[in-house]
Design a binder for this molecule. Structure first.
Ligand code: NAG
Ligand code: NAG
Ligand code: NAG
Ligand code: NAG
Length: 379
């Protein structure tokens, strides 16, 4: 399945990998994630995390991701992921094009789109067009209705053209997945669009040195190198990279894949340069007055393990290993990830007794990435 050289490399790396989370930790983390009412991007991120954690054969990281088996075999029912898609499509008002109504963000609802497309593809009732319609309207809304910058970057917001690094995890992976399932010329155009949006966002947000600003354009900005924003961007580009790589049309996207690998690596390189001795990165990566954030640290480490499994490049593994050990030690007995940033204000620690739903999902993504690298070594 993988090249013998990559497997040999992974095997050589295996002794360096830390021991994993306990299954009790993982089940608690998952249960805490799902017991809250989640906002649109949290739902989309949860669906992706559950896919990678429980149904890795269906995630875009699997070489046989396209097309997914239909109907799904009972051992691969993806029930928790499909239940998110089901509820969202059921509750979507008829007069709204986005998957979730009344979000200021044009991008966040689209993060659920991959789960909705999976639900359509694998549905047992072939007369049910509700998922395909919901996904199609969400796509059309992004491509035709949402404001854009002069460069053509689709806005993260509905009310004005404004670019947030978060967008890269919410939208391009959905457009790419749509294109991968559609195939043909139309699918190819969508795959190219997903890449182009990553490129345009990088052009707008990347600073010298490789870190990305959080928010640019529009009537206010957040020019800080917000750790979660950098992690969203790297992780989003990674999903696009793997979607391109696993489509039937992969060979037409060789150059785009090379760019994405370089752009992901650029964020990892710049971010880990600022890793604190405890393994974390600061909430504002290059600001000494900031505080450390386990959530972004977990997602950056997840991307690092995935990239090592894809390219065999082990340069950043020691950083990811330190981060991994910190995350293992930062999960309390109920399964909450401690010491996160407040994902709603961006620039304060989560208040006492409050936690980060996306941080919970990032732990599952980190475990899934760690497991993929370990499995590769044992292939
Ligand atoms: C990828 O999917 C195939 C087919 O469903 C499965 O046999 C394989 O185990 C999966 N690999 C991973 C790493 O999940
Ligand atoms: C889906 O699969 C899981 C694990 O394989 C199983 O525990 C669960 O009962 C299944 N759910 C449905 C609805 O079949
Ligand atoms: C929905 O699934 C069908 C297969 O049942 C497929 O032909 C169609 O393209 C899918 N729609 C979307 C939007 O992916
Ligand atoms: C998929 O990615 C691997 C790893 O980067 C690369 O070696 C391979 O050429 C890619 N495959 C295609 C078809 O683009």
């Amino acid at each position: 399945m993988h090249s013998p050289a990559l497997v040999a490399l992974a095997a050589a790396l295996l002794p360096q990998l830390p021991t994993g989370f306990t299954s009790r930790q993982l089940e608690n983390v998952r249960d805490r994630l799902l017991e809250r009412d989640l906002r649109s991007w949290e739902l989309g991120t949860a669906a992706q995390a559950l896919t990678e954690y429980s149904w890795p054969a269906l995630s875009v990281f699997n070489v046989s991701a396209f097309p997914p088996p239909s109907p799904l075999p009972p051992s691969l029912n993806a029930s928790d992921v499909l239940s998110i898609a089901h509820t969202v499509v059921l509750e979507r008002p008829h007069n709204t094009l986005a998957l979730i109504a009344n979000e200021g963000s044009a991008a966040d609802p689209a993060s659920i789109g991959v789960a909705v497309l999976l639900a359509n593809w694998t549905r047992t009732d072939r007369t049910d067009t509700s998922y395909a319609e919901a996904a199609g309207e969400q796509l059309g809304f992004l491509l035709h209705d949402v404001p854009r910058t002069e460069s053509g970057a689709i806005s993260h917001r509905n009310e004005q053209a404004q670019l947030w690094a978060d967008f890269v995890y919410m939208v391009p992976p959905f457009i790419a997945y749509f294109g991968a399932l559609q195939g043909g010329r139309g699918g190819r155009e969508l795959l190219q669009t997903s890449y182009d949006q990553c490129r345009l966002y990088r052009e707008a947000l990347r600073d010298e040195g490789g870190l990305w600003r959080h928010i640019a354009h529009g009537n206010w900005q957040d020019p800080t190198h917000w750790a979660t924003g950098n992690a969203w961007a790297a992780a989003g580009m990674l999903r696009v990279l793997q979607t391109l790589n696993h489509t039937a049309q992969a060979e037409r996207f060789t150059r785009q894949q090379a760019d994405l690998r370089e752009w992901i690596d650029e964020i990892l390189e710049a971010s880990w340069d600022y890793q604190r001795p405890n393994g974390a990165v600061y909430n504002v990566i290059d600001d000494d007055e900031s505080f450390t954030d386990t959530a972004a640290t977990a997602l950056l480490a997840a991307v690092t393990y995935r990239m090592a499994a894809i390219t065999g490049d082990a340069r950043h593994l020691p950083f990811a290993n330190r981060a991994f050990n910190l995350i293992k030690d930062s999960i309390d007995e109920d399964g909450w990830l401690l010491d996160t940033t407040d994902p709603y204000t961006f620039h304060q620690p989560s208040p006492p007794g409050q936690y980060s739903p996306e941080g919970q999902a990032f732990v599952l993504l980190l475990h899934s990435a760690w497991r993929a690298l370990s499995d590769l070594a044992n292939e």
